[in-house]
Structures are given as C-alpha cells and as structure tokens.
Design a binder for this molecule. Sequence first.
Ligand code: DGJ
Length: 791
Amino acid sequence: MIRRLGNVFVLDTPNTTYAFGVIPSGQLEHLYYGERIVIDTEEEAVVLAEKRLSLPGNTVAYSSEHSNVSLEVLRLEMSGGGKGDVREPFIEVTHADGSYTSDFVFADAKITQGKEPFVTLPGSYEENNQVEELTITMKDHSYDLTVELHYFVFKNQDVITRSAKFINTSDEPVLLDRLMSAQLDFERADFEFTTFHGAWAREMKRHDMSANACKIVNESYCGCSSNRSNPFVMLSKKGTTEDHGDCYGLNLIYSGNHYEAVEVSAFYQTRIVTGINPRSFQFHIAPGEVFEAPEAVMTYSKSGFNGMSQNMHRFVRECIVRGEWKKKPRPVLLNSWEAAYFDINESKLLKLAKAGKEAGVELFVMDDGWFGTRDNDTQSLGDWYPNKKKLPNGLAGLASKVNKLGLEFGVWVEPEMVNVNSDLYRAHPEWVMEIPGKPHSESRTQRILDFSNPDLIEYMTEAMTKVFSDGNIAYVKWDMNRIFSDYYSPCLPPERQKEVAHRYMMGLYKMCDTLMSRFPHILFEGCASGGNRFDLGILCYFPQIWASDDSDAIYRVNGQTGYSYGYPMSTVSAHVSDCPNHQTLRKTPMASRFQVAAFGVLGYECNLCEMNSEDVKDIKEQIALYKEWRDVLQYGSFYRGRAYDNVYEWTVVSPDKKKAVGFEMQVLFNPNTHFETYTPKGLDEDKKYLFTNRQLQINIKDFGGLINQVIPFHIKPDSLLHNVAAKLVKLPGEKEYCIANGKTLMESGVHLKQGFGATGYAEDIRFTTDFASRMYFMEEVSNTMESEHIE
Ligand code: DGJ
C-alpha cells in the first residue's frame, strides 16, 4: 500500500516498509527500508529523519537559504552532481551551456493503481494488475528539466520496483550521461556486498566483500548482462546467514551493460545505485523527448539469504516470467550439441531422437549446424535457411518425423550474430556493428548485428518468423555467442555512437516482443554461451535460460547454488551430459550428474546412441523419477542448506508443503567421517513426512582391489573377470526410511545411515566416493498411512 502523509511517502508490502520525505530544500530524503514498521502520521516519521542543525566541516551548503543542508550527508532518493553531494550520482546531464550540475527538487506526486508497460523496455507485471504506483516528479528549475521517479508496490510480493524517466521539458537539447534506476541510501556502513562473478563455463560464483569504505563496483561492459558480473546483488548486515539476518536483494530488468556501485561515504553512510552502466553511455535528448531507465527490483528479508531468495523467486515466477509457459511443466529435452556438434544430418538426428524417446525424453532439440553451410563456427550465421544436404526435407520435414516418434521438436538460432562468411554479411555489411574502415576484433569468427538499425530488426524479425513457422516448432533455443567490441553503429551519426549499446537492447527487446506475440506457443530458452545473459530482461521473454555450457556436476552444484540466490530453479536449465565431461574432462558419477541437473529444468545433452546400456537404463529411470517429482522440482520453493565444509545441501518444497525433494553432495570424500545429517528446510512444521532416498546401486569396481578382502578367490583389478563381475553384480546402496514431523526434521536434521569409513563393507552402509550425492524425498503421511508403515 502507498500512503502520502503530508510530506512523507510510505510504501508498505506485506512484510516490508519503504519511506521517504520531502525536506524543506526540496530534495527527497530517504527515511527507511526494511522490516515492516508502523508509520501512521507525518509526525511519527520524524524519528526516521536526520536531525540537521549545522553544516559538517568542509562540506557544501546546498544554498544560502538552506545553510544547514549538505547534500553529502543526506540519505537521498536521487542524487545529482555539483550541489555538494560528491557520492555516486543518480543522474548526470550535460546542458546546452556545457555545465553538468543537476539540481532536481520535488515538484509533484501521484498515486495510481495498475502498472502500464514501459515503452522501450520490458518490465514486471502482475496478473490482476494490483500494482500500486507512486510517481514523483522532480524538476531542475535551472534548466527546466524533469525526472519522474516511479515506485511500484506489489501488493502480494515483498518487492518494490523502481524506475526513472528523464523528460526534456526544456527547449534545448541536452546530453544524458547517466540515469540510474534505483538509489538506496543507508545511515550505516557495515554491510556485506555480495556479487556473482565468473566467466564462460564457470558462471555465478558468489563473492562477499565488506563495504566499509570507498566504492565497490559490479558492472558489465560486455554489451550483455554477462557471465563476468551478474546484475543481481545483495547487501546484508554482517553476520547474516542463510536463514537469519537482514538481507536486501537488488536486480535490474535489463540485459545490457549494467552498473551496481556501493559507496561508503566520508560520513559512514552507504549508498547503492543500480542502472545502465554510464561507461560509454550518452544519449542526445531533444526537447520533448523521453528516456526510460530500466526497472530495478528490490526486496528485503530479515530471514537471511534464503528469506530474500524466496521473495525474489516468487517475484520472478509471478511477475517476470509470462506467457503460456509461465506455469506449465517444462519438457525434458535432449539437445544434439554435445552428441554431434556441427556434424549433423537428418538420419543421425532421428536416431538420436528415437533413443531419446525410448529413454522418456519429451522434446528433441536440433542445436547449431543446420543452416546455410554451417559445418563449423566460421560461416553462415545470418543465413537462416536449412542446409539441404543435412536436412533434405527441411525443418518442417525433420520436425514432422520427430513428431511421429512422439516427440516435440525444437531448433537452435543465433539471430543477433553474423559471420563475415555469410550471404547476409555480403549483402548487408552496413547491418553489422563495425567501425567503418577500421580493423575489427574477432570472437568466435562472428560479429554482432546492429540492433540499433530498424531495417535490420525488421529483416531479422521476418527471417526468424520464417524459421519458427517452418514446421511444427515447439521450442527455440536463442543463443548469443560473443561479447561486444568495436562498439559502433553505421546507422547512427558520429555524435550518437555512445547510444549504441542501449539502442541495441531496445532493438532486441522490440524484436522479442514481436516474436513472442507471433509465437505464443513456443517455449523459448535463452542462451549466451551458457550464462552470459542470465537476467530479468531476458526472462521477460524467455521463461528459461541455459545457465552454463558447463554441465559438469561439480561446477554445476556451485553455479546453480549461485543462481539460486536471485533466480528460481524454473528458470535454470540444466543438462546431464557425457563422462568425462566435455568442459572439464572430469569424471563424475551418473547419479550426481542427474541429481544436480534435476534441481533445474532437466535436459540431456549426450549421445544416447553410443552410451552403454547400463547408462541408458539409468537415464530412463532418472527421467521417470523426474517426471514423478517435476512439479515440485520445477515450481517448488528452493532453499539452500549448507554450502561449505565440502558439502552442498538443497531442499525444494511443493507450494502446499506436502512434498519435498532434498539433495546433498559431498564434493571430495573425507575419510573417517561416518556420521552425516541432511537438514531439510521449508517443510510444514506440523505435518508428518515419510522420508526416503533415491536408492543407488554400488558398482563393485568402485572398491578396486579391496574386493579381494571379502571374496574367497582373487580378482585382478580391472581384469576381464572384474569387469564381468561388475556388470553382473551390483550392491544395493543404503536405504533411508523414517517418518517424522516437519519441525523435527528441520530442527534435528535426518541422521543418515553410517558412511563408508575404510573399515569394511556392511550392508546398508552409505557408500560415498568423491563427487557422490544423494537425493531424498519427503511426502506428507496421513495418520493412517503412518500406522500402515509402522506395521
Ligand atoms: C553456445 C551454447 O551455449 C551451446 O549450448 C551451443 O548451443 C553452441 N553455442 C552452439 O554453437
């Protein structure tokens, strides 16, 4: 709910309050953001405001009438530069007279119901449009310019979003050098700033930094939100744990260059801003023109990182992801990439699809290599017509054959890129982001199409429309495989070149808007060399994203944990792949590959036709199990348990809390650690649950020569006999079984069966090797079921 109490604005969500007020000099003083508090009158808000009597030494008075106001020591809702606040600004404008001081003060406020879509950018929404909006109009009277600050309060979510609009209400053109989306000022300087970094094949590693002085910047200059630094960040009070402590989460609904800076001021106050990266950004705004900043998402929880993640997950599921696939079970897919790379043809693909069907796969995806003369990555991007040698019956022919096998069919595209060796580049070199006449830096031998060019957008929208209508296409993987360099649009004049990166995003979003409305039934999956563009902007169009090219379970357990801080698992696509893994050459147990991937949107990316029968059988069982628990795994509430001491622990709980799935992985085997617990989270304290595990089979070869200590004859390790015995004899893994109350399970943890400790084999021992993991199931039991089980 939004209330205006005189000069104070109070924004309440079910569990949080955000408040600010207009001070006599006209600025907006930030008063509070945190756990829900009661403010009934303007007078009651006095307690939240800074008390100013005189000017701190060596600071600047805002004006002679307000000689006790230094903007440097105020907590502000938006800050310009040049009037005494020397911290990170919210806005920077270069005026026609060359000055770049901004002085925006309060002019007007309006509270409205419902949320209108943004004009140039994607934004959040609410199905019943029960969003309340507060629009604050700020005016810079010196230059007759306007900024609108928009606050959106989601009645059913503990989320407030913010955005800003710059309107040139003057009669002279100006240069907009920066416009942030949100600014949050706190009166304290003891936060931890948590960001998520990485690179290709190792995305989303969590980093915690103490913000005690100076400035820490999390940003992308890659042209996309990037695998280097994700736009999702957290600020938490020192000592915050997964389940306790104050935690703020911020994200940006934007897929381009972003910027999140945390600055601790000389007066021990902390400011965080988030928005478009001001580096190489400058927009020419003519009189009457408007510039929209992307929407920033903010949430707060006092229940630690998990509490904050729950808010974000709900918000992304309900208010970001949209369309037919929002809540539909996502199909288990088989992707051709790691099975065949570019070496594909119809018969090979159909064999793979058939093997997938037999294993229980629901959707077959033809990845790269199907168009133009795409035999490798040096050619044909841009030439979106099927290669007749590989696909004599075209896309439609292959799709119909795949459909006849009982599978849906999906296809890979990379619409934003072009190879120099392509018909498209030869025909339209001017459609490429290149600096005319200058050498270009290369990446994967491909260049970026200039999405600030409306002609290109129109052409590519039609080209994609043709591909997506060519046969029964149920799924599209939309890839984007290089970062930006040589920023330049041949269609823009020299003085507008710093608009390119943002114009690219607006162009891309425009194309996505058109294609989503033309193809509402298609399930789109975003991808950018894996997780190079995993953000809320993309999720407004594509409900799921290929989170990393690295499907190695040991990387993934960390990467998926990283994603889980800001994104729900229904957005994270995860595949079981070959062993050794193609990115790490690591050998991990099949069980762990599945058990990690199962916590995302499960797929397979391996050559099922060449796998041994044991693995294929295993995969069949995995898929059957996944389907049984899919609703919980894809749409349940995901909680992190331990993610240290070599152990990862996850729990996902169905919305009605009747079912839950647990996961535990020990990364490296720790000798003589027999006793382990798994502690679920998010269960109903008052429900009783039957706790079981996914019982594994132990390969006797895992014991190596130790086998000779327990059998009456001798087997040479890795001999033919050893291999045959391993094929014929499997030892049953431990069986977990208990019935307990939800609260008991969460408070005490489940004390698991004793682990292997080099002291011999005993039946029902929890046999763990390096990279071993376990999957647990919890189901509510009724009282009658309970007595049946006991009998
Ligand atoms: C990069 C993607 O991340 C891979 O999954 C695959 O689609 C390749 N591109 C194809 O070129």
